[in-house]
Design a protein around this ligand. Structure first.
Ligand SMILES: *Cc1c(COP(=O)(O)O)cnc(C)c1O
Length: 347
């Protein structure tokens, strides 16, 4: 196996810099009963007058128990989007480095590559929506810092083959980010257990989908502690606000309720696939390991507009590679799904 040297991957300015030391960093025991005159806060209590815990200790503790990994293997972000941005800024030298993405996939990777002036080498998925391992490895050179694998993939819905991911983990010389935003809906296992085995593996998860908390913006990145400490060094000190930390904690402590909702969504997904099969203008229904279904229709623009007129918003993915005339439909409540089906039947 290739050797892993994080110093070869980190940007020079990041390696050299010191992180911002916030008042709450310098005084770590901030929950104790002391008089705090160090952070220029308003002293009158209203529940939110104090800065939030910059290390999110309580939240990391419950996450580490839930996921059976160590707290120093976790960093939290203001949504996965912030964590993705931190990855670019920690590891990719503007106007010099490159990343690899596999369209059709989540749009933020290429937006962030552009924003950070990083070349984005796009290696289109195969027709079966699996990564083309040979092309990926051939496109890799010493400037290629990160490979983004979204699995289950958005918008196609499939989980990538384990063998292919394993080959990439063993042969790709940069960091591999597996974006598992939809893993809670998948029949396949998370790669989280492999972060001890592969020092270049980064797992991204989020509370925005299965956990039902898109509104609080909470993304989670798991990786080896060396990677985590680089990201910790550059993150905004108070990036997770107090209300989000509290809501997230409450939800994770009530994980059974999350599991129950996932079960309903999965059974609805199954029902929807059967029902969509009976609709004439739907030409193909792709397998889904996520909380959405990608379908190919006769004319996606026309069907999108028809649905919109009836008050139902889906996502037209037709502009993306391999997705001509494809609509992406999120699984809703039983009632919402029923309305969608009735509307589709009436078109
Ligand atoms: C929805 C989604 C996310 C979630 O992003 P947040 O910023 O955490 O809401 C991440 N990755 C993919 C592929 C997604 O579809």
């Amino acid at each position: 196996m290739k050797t892993f040297d994080i110093n070869k991957l980190v940007r020079k300015n990041v390696r050299a810099m010191e992180s911002y030391s916030s008042a709450r960093d310098e005084f770590k025991d901030f929950e104790s009963d002391l008089i705090f005159l160090d952070a220029n806060e308003n002293p009158f209590e209203n529940g939110l007058n104090r800065y939030p815990d910059p290390k999110q200790k309580n939240l990391k503790k419950v996450l580490s128990e839930l996921k059976d990994i160590r707290e120093n293997q976790i960093i939290l972000g203001n949504g996965s989007d912030e964590l993705l941005d931190l990855l670019f800024r920690a590891f990719c030298e503007p106007n010099q480095d490159s990343v690899i993405t596999l369209p059709p996939t989540y749009g933020m990777y290429s937006v962030l590559a552009n924003l950070n002036a990083i070349e984005n080498k796009e290696i289109v998925l195969q027709n079966d929506f699996e990564p083309n391992v040979d092309l990926i490895l051939r496109a890799t050179d010493e400037t290629t810092k990160i490979l983004f694998l979204c699995s289950p993939n958005n918008p196609t819905g499939n989980t990538f083959s384990e063998d292919k991911i394993e080959i990439l983990l063993k042969n790709f010389s940069g960091l591999i980010v597996i974006d598992e935003a939809y893993i809670d809906f998948s029949s396949k296992e998370s790669w989280l257990k492999k972060i001890d085995e592969f020092p270049n593996l980064i797992i991204l998860q989020t509370l925005s989908k299965a956990y039902g908390l898109a509104g609080i913006r909470l993304g989670i990145l798991y990786a080896n502690p060396e990677i985590i400490s680089v990201l910790d060094k550059i993150k905004p000190p108070y990036n997770i606000n107090k209300m989000s930390q509290e809501k997230a904690l409450e939800r994770i402590e009530n994980y059974d309720a999350v599991l129950q909702e996932i079960e309903v969504i999965l059974s609805e997904r199954k029902k929807m696939i059967v029902a969509l099969n009976t609709i004439q203008f739907i030409e193909k229904i792709y397998n889904s390991d996520a909380n959405f279904i990608l379908i190919k229709v006769d004319n996606s623009k026309k069907r999108y507009d028809q649905l919109l007129k009836k008050g139902i918003v889906v996502r037209n993915r037709s502009g993306q590679e391999l997705c001509e005339n494809c609509l992406r439909i999120t699984i809703g409540t039983e009632n919402e799904n029923q309305q969608l089906l009735e509307t589709l039947k009436s078109l």
